[in-house]
Design a protein around this ligand. Structure first.
Ligand SMILES: [Zn+2]
Length: 258
């Protein structure tokens, strides 16, 4: 029996995933242990740095815009959107520390980003629920908790336009960015840029999110059609769709709705 707690246990403690009795025991050990105490603090600081990179007001601003858009669309009696905006009270205090998804492996963990080929990067950030912010990996489905929202970020690395869509379990495709028209230009600069909105997925089951970085503008309808074709080609299995038949670099994530 080891004298110290494993990193995995400390991460689970941080994430609030331990049962009360065990949490108390591990916390008590970490408080008095010169090895586990600093390790626990380092995990908490790591998460704080991760979250500082995406100020949460960005999520909140996205919520505001989405709510306004929702009101507009309701006034036009548009069909209900599956990505429904809700006013989530985002208490920054509960979002500060804590790491979830322990031991997912090293892919994308070191930098917190997903590097596409070349220098382009796409990232899907989950936040806005009661749990900590985290990044979804492109290669494994990520479960969402109730109330959690999604933001999309990119480093364009020379690509000039950006667009994003989602596909739900019954093949309904929603243009996320832009909602209509043609893919807008990327923001200038080499930093990570976040799309201005955040989204909450409604309904249940899996949903695929695709972000595309392009060298020429692409009508979002073309992207939607390509997503529908890919869904059909996968025999309606949204979790196992092939890349969309569009130019540019694309990144896919699969999210499992609560
Ligand atoms: Zn210890």
């Amino acid at each position: 029996m080891s004298a110290h707690e494993s990193e995995w246990t400390l991460r689970r403690l941080s994430a609030g995933e331990l049962a009360a009795a065990e949490a108390a025991r591990v916390q008590a050990h970490a408080t008095s242990c010169t090895v586990c105490g600093p390790a626990l603090r380092e995990l908490q600081q790591e998460q704080a740095r991760f979250e500082t990179a995406v100020p949460f007001e960005r999520f909140e601003a996205g919520v505001e815009r989405a709510v306004q858009r929702q009101r507009r669309s309701e006034s036009f009696r548009a069909p209900p959107r599956r990505w429904v905006a809700t006013t989530v009270a985002m208490a920054a205090s509960v979002l500060v520390v804590l790491l979830v998804r322990p031991l997912l492996g090293d892919v994308g963990r070191e930098t917190g980003t997903n590097r596409i080929k070349g220098g382009a990067v796409a990232e899907l950030r989950i936040g806005g629920g009661l749990g900590p912010q985290r990044e979804a990996r492109p290669d494994a489905p990520e479960a969402l908790e109730p109330g959690e929202r999604v933001m999309l970020g990119y480093q364009a690395d020379g690509h000039r336009y950006v667009a994003a869509v989602s596909v739900d379990a019954i093949g309904e495709v929603t243009p996320l960015h832009p909602e209509s028209g043609t893919s807008p230009a990327v923001e200038s600069g080499t930093d990570m840029h976040w799309l201005p909105d955040s989204w909450e997925l409604t309904g249940s089951g899996a949903e695929r999110v695709v972000l595309v970085l392009l060298d020429a503008p692409l009508p979002v309808d073309t992207l939607v059609d390509a997503a529908k074709r890919a869904f059909q080609a996968a025999n309606g299995d949204v979790e196992h769709m092939a890349p969309l038949d569009v130019p540019g670099e694309q990144t896919h994530w699969v999210l499992l709705k609560p």
